[in-house]
Write a protein that binds this ligand. Structure first.
Ligand SMILES: Cc1cc2nc3c(=O)[nH]c(=O)nc-3n(C[C@H](O)[C@H](O)[C@H](O)COP(=O)(O)O)c2cc1C
Ligand code: SF4
Length: 517
């Protein structure tokens, strides 16, 4: 009998040689007449161990990693029985990084063959959609409201309330748009789920369609994710053939189709209204709100626009009930959050956990500190528009409100770690520069203010008129914060002011500034 060997095909694993390992292993097995059944999976999200390969044994799966082409010959002898090898890691679920997680949304990622609909079903897939088919739209919406799920794209808006608005909105057709632009620095959860468990996103979108009366869905995927685009296209075709999409969704009388679209390559195209413009074939320019996309979105019709993780979290909520999901978390942050540990960390990867872990636990304990071995100095949470937190804020729990109270944000759950060699004045300058480069140009504070911001920070760093220029940066940040049309300009003050507030020594010995209120 052949041994079943699982090798990730996720972009992160491919980047460190998973394809070469798979090819070399298949060739060596053929040469030596060892029967192997190689299954390509997504990643478990333990990126420092990739390529991490697993073999099914009667006692469960056994993992090995990080595997190189050079390991293949010796590994071949060990693999069929999960035997000893210097790269043997034991049972993946016993590796502390995985053991400490609560995987609700990522339950199947790295385990199943992403394009096997049978595998998906065997691991609990489609139960949420089958439940939704038996419910009235209002009842589906109510279940999502009760779960406490909030948008994982950044703003944290309650998903169920958004769906209710679309359900009650007049106008046809209605659309479900999945935001897979994933532009935040250090984030990769959307990509991982699309490449590792695409049917869960399709299922979540189909449930959203049944809940709101939408008949067409789009997944807007950033152009830097060619593997996600390919996997999603294949998965949509398979789901359609199996009757989960098309004229009768899961045997119901309801129709729903999904189309995959590739993004245009601008950070601002992740902003929902600019994304809709881009989907309509126009330049990614932010729209003024109101009208909300829920009332007049894609092509002027009622539209749900949700992040990948928001939608992929829904099947588990429907399948196991709102209360099960709501029971995880703290305060108004319910359920689990796929946290992405990145930057200068020893153990980078995807860590799905209930809200409430402190930043210190995540960085020092789970991520194991820095890869360089130097002290952690700053952590940017929530993407390029998130604040830089110093060690003194490491007791902040991972929770929307707790981060807001400290002038920060959790955004899409990206945690980027810097050691003590970081120059925070350069990081502040970079934030302004990023805003200047990525600005859609529609409003003056962002378009002009960010360019002036770069100039003023340069003057501070050169020691020119420091006090006056520090006051000017604060003033500029307030103008950006209160005068910008969208959060690109509106949130740029977070990284800039947090750098100035928590790391004033990097800007010379001037007076300390208060964080932008
Ligand atoms: C400049 C900017 C970039 C954004 N980029 C993304 C993104 O890449 N992915 C995403 O899901 N949301 C992004 N958002 C948030 C979206 O505007 C929107 O809030 C989100 O798609 C709503 O889905 P959710 O409620 O499920 O989070 C961005 C917002 C701004 C202002
Ligand atoms: S804040 Fe910037 S990105 Fe947003 S609408 Fe204004 S110019 Fe465009």
């Amino acid at each position: 009998m052949s041994a079943r060997v699982f090798i990730p095909k996720d972009s992160g694993a491919l980047a460190v040689g998973a394809e070469e390992v798979a090819t070399a292993l298949a060739a060596a097995a053929k040469r030596k007449n060892v029967a192997l059944d190689i299954v390509r999976t997504g990643s478990r999200g333990l990126y420092w161990l990739e390529p991490m390969i697993e073999v099914a044994t009667p006692a469960g799966r056994i993992a090995y990693g990080p595997v190189t082409e050079g390991d293949v010959e010796t590994l071949l002898a060990a693999l069929p029985n999960g035997g000893p090898h210097p790269k043997r890691l034991g049972k993946p679920e016993d590796i502390p990084f995985l053991k400490r997680q609560t995987r609700l949304t990522f339950a199947r990622c790295g385990i199943v063959d992403p394009l096997s609909i049978d595998d998906y079903k065997a691991h609990g897939g489609w139960r949420g959609l089958e439940k939704a088919v038996s419910l009235k739209p209002e009842a589906i919406v109510e279940e999502v409201v009760q779960s406490g799920l909030r948008g994982r794209g950044g703003a944290g808006f309650p998903t169920g309330i958004k769906w209710r608005t679309v359900l009650q909105a007049k106008g046809e057709p209605k659309y479900i748009v999945c935001n897979a632009d994933e532009g935040d620095s250090g984030t990769f959860s959307d990509r991982m789920i699309m490449e590792g468990d695409p049917f869960v996103l399709i299922e979540g979108m189909a449930i959203a369609a049944l809940a709101t009366g939408a008949t067409k869905g789009y997944v807007y995927i950033r152009s830097e994710y060619p593997h996600s685009v390919a996997t999603m296209n294949e998965a949509v075709a398979i789901a359609r053939r199996a009757g989960y999409l098309g004229p009768k969704v899961a045997g119901s009388a309801r129709a729903f189709e999904i189309e995959i679209r590739m993004g245009a390559g601008a950070y601002v195209c992740g902003e929902e209204t600019s994304l809709l413009e881009s989907l309509e074939g126009k330049r990614g320019l932010v729209r003024a709100k109101p009208p909300l996309p829920a009332h007049q979105g894609l092509f002027g019709k009622p539209t749900v626009i949700n992040n990948v993780i928001s939608l992929a979290s829904v099947p588990a909520i429907l399948a196991d009930g709102a209360a099960h999901y709501r029971d995880f978390g703290m305060g108004r942050s319910r359920g689990t959050m796929p946290i992405q540990l990145a930057g200068n960390v020893k153990h980078g990867g995807l860590f799905e956990a209930a809200f409430g872990l402190t930043l210190g636990e995540l960085v020092d304990d789970i991520a194991g500190g820095t890869a360089t071995g130097r002290p952690v100095r700053a952590v940017q949470v929530g993407g390029p528009l998130g604040a830089y937190f110093p060690r003194s804020l490491f007791d902040t729990p991972f929770d929307y409100e707790a981060f807001t109270a400290k002038n920060g944000l959790i955004g899409h759950g990206g945690v980027v770690v810097f050691d003590d060699t970081v120059d925070m004045a350069r990081q502040a300058r970079f934030a302004m520069e990023f805003c200047a480069i990525e600005s859609c140009g529609k409003c003056t504070p962002c378009r002009i203010g960010s360019t002036r911001g770069v100039e003023v920070i340069d003057r501070i760093v050169r020691g020119e008129n420091r006090e006056a220029n520090l006051a000017l940066v604060k003033d500029l940040c307030n103008t950006l914060k209160f005068g910008s049309l969208c959060a690109l300009g509106g949130f740029t003050p977070f990284p800039v002011m947090s750098a100035l507030t928590h790391f004033p020594e990097d800007f010379g010995a001037g007076p300390r500034l208060a964080a932008a209120e």
